[in-house]
Design a protein. Structure first.
Length: 351
């Protein structure tokens, strides 16, 4: 009923003496003062009758124009970076990047040791000479640059997988940190605490997708030991944050999983593998059914473009198998970042 400026103007009015018996009923002496009663604001212009529910519970927050609920709070929760000093933003972005580098280094260990069937315990060793790698040579990206891509003991070339996975994971953590701070593509109904949970959810999704992307690209396999835990994490995070109804997540998993299952049964496993079925369920649990369908379209478009490019360059033939899981994970990342703007544009263009 009252705008923010109007309420603030009323708060600033001071005590006004009674102007005589004709000034209001019962000679009201507080014509413009707001008095707080519990969680409501009472306007005593009409004593005993005018009781307006209001979410503001403190004059200080009201005077600053910062209600506890409503669009202003949601916007502040989605655009936290606009209120932080530049130095704090830079330090937070650098921290997110460094954490991403460390996570990428750990993913390299998981990928290589899972394929080799070895345990995750014990010191890292060179794959050529089996010499233990010193801690100073395990710094993500920097050690690769300092060693010029060669083992310190035997001089054998170090795979580019290590710095690329580390830098790629760090870059994704950096990008999703900026998305969290500036609120790009976040649902408008998120509160500050929900925004933090949404950010943690994104980091968990990025870690899972990077692991699946690299492993499928390198070994042409999508392992259940990666997809099944990721399904549980994705479903639990989305239900916890509250941005998806469980039925939307289950519908997405059933639609994409059923789509890939039908292809698998129809082709008897020649077109896709069983891992793609679980990956489709994971995409549905991560994105919900609407964004998952968008990711499916993007994945097939990317696969077609890359396949035609390789055929034109005579790097592949029509019968050449490609790791389709890599395109599915890339498309899922695209929809995580730009899903909301893409759907808004699509509905506006075709609606």
């Amino acid at each position: 009923m009252f705008g923010r400026r109007g309420v603030r103007r009323l708060l600033r009015r001071r005590h006004v003496p009674a102007q005589g018996p004709g000034h209001g009923r019962q000679g009201a002496r507080w014509p413009g003062l707001l008095r707080r009663r519990g969680g409501c604001v009472v306007l005593p212009l009409h004593p005993g009758r005018f009781h307006v529910p209001h979410p503001i519970r403190a004059r200080r927050e009201l005077a600053r124009g910062r209600p506890r609920e409503g669009p202003q709070l949601r916007e502040s929760g989605r655009a936290l970076g606009r209120r932080l000093p530049p130095l704090a933003m830079m330090m937070g972005a650098l921290l997110a990047f460094v954490i991403g580098l460390s996570v990428g280094s750990f993913l390299n260990v998981v990928i290589l040791r899972t394929n080799a069937g070895s345990s995750f315990g014990g010191r890292s060793r060179c794959l050529s000479c089996q010499a233990q790698i010193a801690p100073k040579d395990l710094i993500p990206v920097l050690s690769f640059i300092a060693l010029r891509g060669k083992c310190r003991s035997c001089g054998e070339r170090i795979s580019w997988q290590y710095p690329l996975v580390e830098f790629g994971t760090g870059l994704l953590f950096f990008v999703f940190y900026l998305r969290f701070m500036y609120g790009f593509g976040l649902p408008p109904e998120l509160s500050p605490m929900q925004s933090v949970a949404f950010f943690l959810r994104d980091l968990a999704f990025v870690t899972s997708l990077m692991l699946l992307f690299v492993y499928d690209l390198k070994y042409y396999l999508i392992l259940d030991r990666f997809t099944v835990p990721a399904m549980a994490i994705a479903f639990a995070f989305n239900v916890w944050v509250g941005t998806f109804h469980p039925y939307d997540l289950l519908s997405g998993g059933l639609i994409l999983g059923g789509f890939f299952l039908a292809q698998y049964l129809f082709s008897k496993g020649r077109w896709i593998g069983g891992g793609d079925i679980r990956l489709g369920v994971l995409m549905g649990f991560m994105l919900g059914w609407k964004d998952a369908l968008g990711a499916l379209f993007i994945a097939y478009a990317l696969g077609a473009v890359v396949g035609l490019f390789l055929i034109q360059r005579e790097k592949a033939a029509w019968q050449t198998q490609v790791p389709f899981g890599t395109f599915l994970t890339l498309a899922t990342l695209v929809m995580l970042l730009f899903g909301r703007p893409i759907l808004t544009w699509y509905m506006g263009f075709f609606g």
